[in-house]
Design a protein. Structure first.
Length: 415
């Protein structure tokens, strides 16, 4: 390439590179503090990408691994959009808007690849740590001034807990990247994200900081001395005790509520509780799935189908828009194909991370992927996995960065 050609190429790609860096950082910064802003930012990129390509064409690069990742993500969108539109017609369009983000890898992975692969994960980890710290400060203010359950900027306690868990995992994964400052910031972000998890009062995600810590410790095996590992374990126990000491009223209140829910069900056969509602939804939803296991009911009719299998007195207790279990939701939406494509979408970032060449960022990339998927799978056992604009956008954005940060290879990695 001549010097003039190099200058022209730089003029074409420099604005895209700058925007990529800005958006990757913002995708990680905003979910817990600004809620739907992460969805707006992702839609901006998705809409602008083809327009920018028409105005000034860029190299469209997708490796075989990128295509595998994109197909796994797309399968979820195709099945859930197709089944829901076929069964619910135009009424299903609005609830499905967030699902269209799963088609974005075909446009956004090539765009993200304009930025050097090695720059993306540090930006994501840094953004996640900063976002977690800001969210923790906001959550603490809400805890002391408004409510014993914080919702941050997400507007919903469960989404806030999920976002805090995802950010904590990504921030801690930054400790596996080169750079002492990024490692220290990542540890601070992990602590802050864990604070968000507990302040949300969402009991189903309280285990996630422990899961994330174990994932990062396992992936750092061989790089850390035993004394360091023991020190980290002691620090984690001390941190947990400190968090409990500070926020024990909120934690104890949620534990007491759970014990009360169980006692009312066992002693009084009273299911008008948070846990009782979930059991009723699981019962009705599973009966509905058994009637139509191959097609489901579509996103519009899934709850009427589930509630039709409950007695009138129980049906009146559970007027929800989803069955509070992401795997059951997938079965109700699109039957067995819906569940399989949900698992495919969850597997997509793992396939991208573990299928890539073992470059210096391989461990950190795998850690981000594992903590991301663990957060959604565990949180989704008592709530939605996908289905809200924040949850969908957060997962898709992090998965895109994982895929685009892999070393580009024209051919698939040999097995």
């Amino acid at each position: 390439m001549t010097s003039w050609s190099a200058v022209r190429e730089l003029r074409r790609t420099a604005p895209v590179d700058f925007n990529n860096r800005l958006f990757v950082f913002a995708w990680a910064l905003t979910p817990a503090v600004a809620g739907s802003v992460v969805s707006i930012l992702l839609w901006m990129c998705l809409v602008w990408a083809p327009v920018r390509a028409l105005l000034m064409p860029l190299d469209y690069r997708l490796s075989p691994l990128d295509r595998r990742f994109a197909w796994l993500m797309t399968s979820y969108g195709v099945v859930h959009v197709g089944f829901s539109l076929a069964m619910g017609g135009l009424a299903a369009v609005t609830p499905l808007l967030a699902v269209f983000l799963f088609f974005s890898p075909w446009l956004l992975v090539p765009r993200l690849r304009i930025t050097p692969e090695a720059e993306l994960l540090p930006l994501l980890a840094c953004g996640a740590a900063c976002g977690a710290i800001l969210a923790a400060l906001l959550g603490i203010a809400q805890y002391y001034l408004i409510s014993f359950r914080a919702a941050g900027g997400a507007g919903n306690e469960s989404i806030f807990g999920l976002a805090g868990a995802v950010l904590a995992g990504a921030a801690l994964s930054g400790a596996l990247l080169p750079g002492r400052k990024l490692g220290l910031l990542g540890l601070a972000g992990f602590v802050a994200g864990s604070v968000c998890v507990f302040l949300s009062g969402t009991r189903g995600v309280w285990i996630l900081p422990i899961v994330h810590g174990a994932i990062v410790l396992v992936l750092s095996a061989g790089r850390l001395r035993w004394k360091t590992v023991i020190g980290l374990v002691v620090a984690a126990i001390t941190l947990s005790a400190s968090l409990y000491a500070v926020f024990s009223p909120a934690i104890d209140r949620r534990i007491a509520a759970m014990e009360n829910n169980i006692a009312r069900m066992e002693q009084l056969d009273d299911y008008d509780t948070s846990i009782g509602h979930r059991i009723l939804l699981l019962r009705g939803g599973w009966e509905a799935v058994k009637e139509r296991p191959l097609t489901g009911y579509g996103i519009v009719d899934r709850m009427p189908a589930a509630l039709s299998h409950l007695p009138d007195n129980e049906r009146a207790l559970v007027g929800y828009s989803h069955p509070h279990n992401g795997f059951l939701s997938a079965l109700l939406d699109a039957g067995i194909p819906g569940l399989l494509t949900l698992l495919a979408a969850l597997a997509a970032p793992l396939v991208a991370a573990f299928g890539a060449a073992r470059d210096p960022q391989w461990r950190a990339r795998c850690a981000v992927a594992l903590t991301l998927v663990a957060s959604y799978a565990i949180a989704g056992s008592t709530n939605l996995i996908f289905g809200t604009d924040i949850a969908n956008a957060l997962f898709v954005a992090f998965a895109l960065v994982i895929a685009a940060s892999t070393p580009f290879a024209e051919s698939a990695k040999p097995s």
